[in-house]
Design a protein around this ligand. Structure first.
Ligand code: ATP
Ligand code: MG
Length: 561
């Protein structure tokens, strides 16, 4: 038991160093290093058009000068409201080059959701997708926003144009109906005008390692999103940890597929920082779409694919039918939600490659744990801590006290990727960041004697029924094992006389009639009686977050109404 004698656990994956060096480069310095090292290699590909590292470097320097002329200074906040596109990468590094703080947003958020975030962070500058430029430009005068730059992602790209028509957009009219204060119209200037002033002086001082680089809003799975404050050192460390983690990477030769949104912590770190730090080609997709991916594969076969279980599932089925060739993928890394073993089997059978699971959260830049990328990975677990990352498993009611090895408790994390706190939320920060730099994850986990971590569930979502604890994930796994159940969400519903019942919302395969009693009988063969859902409700669809996590909170509200 290599860890039994230690109060905390650290990484031991074979061939992976236990620690990384301290970061020395800020993100713009990291990008500049890639530009000089990989100049002629492709950095970005978008609908077939490529941008080399040298061209990307020049675009960043031009956009930085353009932003400086608009008035952006060190410490200013610059909101990005963009889908995945080359301008997203350029805007990110240009703002950082000036020492400004980037804030990422989901461009298909409703105006109300966007407004809520703008109220929270108070950015004066926004770089937005032209489809939502009207909404943002008409944000009322009680917000700090002054300057809006509008990006047409389809410029000179007929193929992108056709695709962009299919992205859902909220119309300005709807926006106005949702906003009460009077709009002030700011004129949105086109992105291209930023690029006409030459390049930023090389002497212009950039940020320091401990400066804030990013306010990254959490997914909002358990409540409304909170802005996690991440420094250059945090984000650079996570890219370095990833570099140390992955064996057999060929710097300057990998092809990453950017199907995850860059505005979420997971896609941001894997694609926007990690891929750029190793000189990879990043193929960007404005939205995950099987057809788009299949057509890109022919021109640029992927070697590195970070994604989430529903995407792997769909791609594996297509590969099994022979409609897409994914045999070139050497690294398939799943995160953000639990990865069903059935998906691993399906992917590995269809592609011949490994699919490994990692774990993280926005507050840890985000990656904190991962499976070894090789035969010693263990499906069903999230692996072992990343280099320089320590973990503890504690009593959630008393986070000072560790539970015995092997028992379940709340997972704590510590490492150079752990955030600084929540933007303007000292109470939330104090509850989440404990003395000594330990981050409370809010997730219940257990550690095997040889150090592999299993995530049981979110602490907030564990159901207590008749004095027993029920993990919704365990019940959901039992439900989806039924051949006619496509998806399931398990939540607690209040009983009329107090206490909670286990309730399941299920999505049934097309054309099948499934009686709740039959579902309960099926569960009885797999689960102890107290875990079997008291109520089973068939629904058309389950609400999901921007990366595809089932929102149990919304399912519960829906079932209660
Ligand atoms: P919010 O904190 O706003 O409610 P969120 O926690 O979903 O939203 P993220 O930071 O995107 O926001 O997600 C981190 C969470 O995702 C983790 O705390 C964990 O619950 C879940 N998660 C991430 N990876 C895995 C995994 N491999 N298995 C199970 N759960 C995971
Ligand atoms: Mg969270």
């Amino acid at each position: 038991l290599p860890y039994a004698s230690r109060p905390w656990l650290s990484s031991y994956a074979e061939g992976v160093p236990h620690e990384i060096d301290e970061p020395t480069q800020t993100l713009p310095e990291m990008m500049a290093a890639s530009v000089s090292r990989y100049g002629k290699s492709p950095a970005l590909e978008f609908f077939g058009a490529t941008t080399t590292y040298r061209e990307l470097g020049r675009l960043v320097d031009r956009a930085a000068e353009g932003l400086r002329r608009v008035g952006v200074r060190a410490g200013d906040r610059v909101a990005l409201v963009l889908p995945n596109c080359p301008q997203h990468v350029v805007a990110f590094y240009a703002a950082l080059r000036l020492g400004a703080i980037v804030i990422e947003h989901n461009p298909i958020y409703t105006p109300r959701e966007l407004r809520h975030q703008f109220e929270d962070h108070g950015a004066r500058f926004a770089i937005v997708w032209d489809k939502v430029a009207d909404t943002v430009a008409e944000f009322p005068s009680d917000l700090a926003l002054e300057h809006v730059i509008s990006v047409d992602i389809t410029r000179a790209m007929p193929r992108a144009k056709r695709f962009a028509l299919r992205l859902p957009v909220r119309k300005a009219r709807e926006a106005r109906a949702q906003l009460t204060a009077a709009p002030t119209s700011k004129r949105a200037r086109p992105w291209e005008t930023l690029l006409t002033h030459g390049t930023l002086s090389r002497k212009h001082t950039g940020p320091r390692l401990d400066d804030i680089a990013l306010l990254q809003y959490t997914s909002g799975t358990t409540g409304s999103p909170k802005g996690a404050v991440l420094t250059h050192a945090n984000l650079r460390a996570n890219a370095m940890q990833g570099r140390a983690w992955v064996p057999g990477l060929h710097d300057g030769e990998e092809t990453f597929y950017g199907v995850l949104p860059l505005f979420h912590a997971y896609g941001l770190t894997l694609c926007l920082t990690f891929a750029m730090s190793i000189g990879a080609k990043l193929v960007l997709f404005p939205k995950y779409d099987l057809e788009l991916v299949a057509s890109a594969v022919r021109k640029s076969p992927p070697t590195f694919l970070p994604a989430v279980p529903p995407i792997y599932d769909q791609l594996a089925r297509a590969a099994a039918r022979g409609t897409i060739d994914l045999s070139t993928v050497r690294f398939a890394i799943s995160g953000a939600m639990s990865l069903p073993v059935a998906t691993v089997d399906r992917w590995e059978a269809a592609t011949g490659g490994l699919l490994v699971e990692g774990y993280g959260m926005t507050e840890s830049s985000p990656v904190a744990l991962g499976n070894p990328i090789g035969p010693s990975r263990r499906p069903g677990t999230v692996g072992v801590p990343f280099p320089s990352t320590e973990i503890r498993v504690v009593d959630p009611a008393d986070p000072e006290t560790d539970v015995p090895l092997g028992e379940t408790g709340e997972l704590l994390l510590r490492g150079p990727q752990v955030f600084q706190g929540y933007w303007n939320r000292p109470t939330d920060t104090a509850e989440t960041l404990l003395d000594g730099g330990w981050l409370r994850t809010g997730d219940i986990a257990s550690v095997s004697p040889d150090g592999f971590v299993t995530i049981v569930d979110r602490l907030k979502e564990i159901i207590i029924t008749g004095g027993f604890n029920v993990s919704p994930s365990e019940v959901e796994d039992a439900l989806v094992a039924h051949p006619d159940i496509e998806a399931a969400a398990v939540v607690a519903l209040p009983k009329p006389r107090g206490g909670e019942d286990v309730a399941a919302a299920i999505v049934v395969r097309d054309g099948v009639d499934l009686e709740p009693d039959a579902v309960r009988d099926f569960c009885k063969t797999r689960l102890a009686a107290y875990k079997v859902p008291r109520r089973v409700i068939v629904v058309d669809d389950l609400p999901r977050s921007l990366v595809g996590k089932v929102l149990r909170r919304e399912v519960r509200e829906h079932l209660m109404s």
